[in-house]
Design a protein around this ligand. Structure first.
Ligand SMILES: Cc1ncc(COP(=O)(O)O)c(C=O)c1O
Length: 358
């Protein structure tokens, strides 16, 4: 019998979160960001579950766009990182993918190959990862006209660096920069807005927003959890207790013997570890839940196991399922205990953990 460590995926919660994003973005439309295997939830099941609601998907790269198309889904797929090789433009044109063009080398490839996909131009409004500088856009448009690629241009995208932080003025500055940079082409569409931007009062989202983490119930804001923003957790990560025991006062648990019990402590071992993607940096005190009771981790996370304190759940026994995150413990709480963000935890669940769809 396989071990019962699973990531249960609630597709109704996913749809709820997408609808919340769309309502907040309206009148902008929302492309569902399903890159990184649907933030670890499974790109195809996630895209299928959103197929009746989402008019477009967004992914990072070509392989992810192909996975969506191979599953029979017909919506356009925006490739946020664009193409990595010239020949990929032809594939985009044939399969209805919309690459983001962010550099002069990609303009060269467009000119060389003659492929004419629908595409977006990325504007670097301050993130400084990808994109043309605002003052380059006139020159870029002239090049597109000269090579006959201008009819495929759908519009402009930019990405915010600090939308998660209400105290930062950077989103306002980036918005202004983007507006000014693109003002000369009002006939073209504009897309800004990761999840966090959906929760900024008066933030323009123009024609298309691009929600990612909020679809999966993770919080995009520094100061609030997903549930506080009206989001429902989509992944419930569960693993069974495989033994229980009492560790005596003065005894340690696990590698490094870093946790030493200060009193006799009922504890259990749970069949999940960093080999499953559970964060090794989640230390003593990180919350989990069993049988409706919140409990805490003890000591170091091993590759296949971790220890929990069962003082709050004395009746828990081998075979009972422990929730590592989900409805009782927000993934954001675990992320904060591990010094990371929910994005990393959700995308980090390894292939050993079966995804079970509800
Ligand atoms: C260009 C771009 N747009 C949108 C998103 C979605 O961001 P979030 O998951 O914070 O909503 C990402 C994610 O990294 C991105 O890179």
């Amino acid at each position: 019998m396989p071990r019962s460590t699973v990531a249960r995926i609630d597709l109704e919660a996913l749809r709820h979160n997408y609808r919340l994003a769309s309502e907040r973005a309206a009148p902008a439309l929302s492309m569902a960001v399903v890159k990184a295997d649907g933030y670890g939830h499974g790109i195809v099941p996630v895209a299928q579950a959103l197929a009746d609601d989402a008019p477009k998907y967004a992914v990072a790269c070509l392989g992810e766009a192909e996975a969506i198309r191979d599953a029979g889904l017909l919506q356009p797929v925006v490739m946020l990182q664009g193409v990595h090789a010239p020949e990929d433009f032809g594939l985009c044109a044939r399969r209805g993918f919309e690459p983001v063009v962010h550099g002069h080398h990609q303009l060269d490839w467009l000119a060389q190959t003659g492929a004419r996909p629908a595409f977006w131009l990325k504007v670097n409004s301050g993130m400084n990862r990808l994109g043309f500088q605002p003052d380059e856009l006139v020159q870029v448009m002239t090049r597109l006209d000269a090579m006959g690629a201008r009819p495929g241009l759908l519009g402009f995208v930019t990405h915010f660096a600090c939308a998660d932080d209400d105290k930062s003025s950077m989103t306002r500055e980036q918005t202004l920069c983007f507006e000014q940079a693109t003002a000369a082409w009002p006939e073209l569409m504009r897309s800004v807005g990761n999840s966090a931007a959906h929760f900024i009062h008066d933030q323009p989202l123009y024609d298309w927003s691009r929600p990612g983490i909020m679809l999966y119930g993770g919080s995009p804001k520094l100061a609030q959890t997903g549930p506080e923003l009206g989001l429902k957790p989509v992944m419930s990560l569960e693993a069974p207790l495989i033994t229980t025991r009492t560790v005596r006062a003065g005894e340690s648990i696990g590698y490094g013997a870093g946790f030493v019990a200060d009193r006799d402590t009922p504890m259990g071992m749970v069949a999940i570890g960093y080999g499953d993607g559970y964060p090794r940096h989640a230390g003593t005190g990180t919350p989990a839940a069993v049988n409706g009771q919140r409990i805490r981790l003890l000591g170091r996370v091993s590759m296949d196991m971790l220890a929990v304190d069962l003082s709050n759940a004395p009746d828990a026994k081998a075979g009972d399922l422990v929730e590592l995150w989900g409805g009782a413990v927000a993934v954001d709480e675990v992320a904060s205990c591990a010094g990371t963000i929910s994005y990393e935890l959700l995308t980090g669940i390894t292939a050993r953990v079966p995804r079970v769809y509800i």
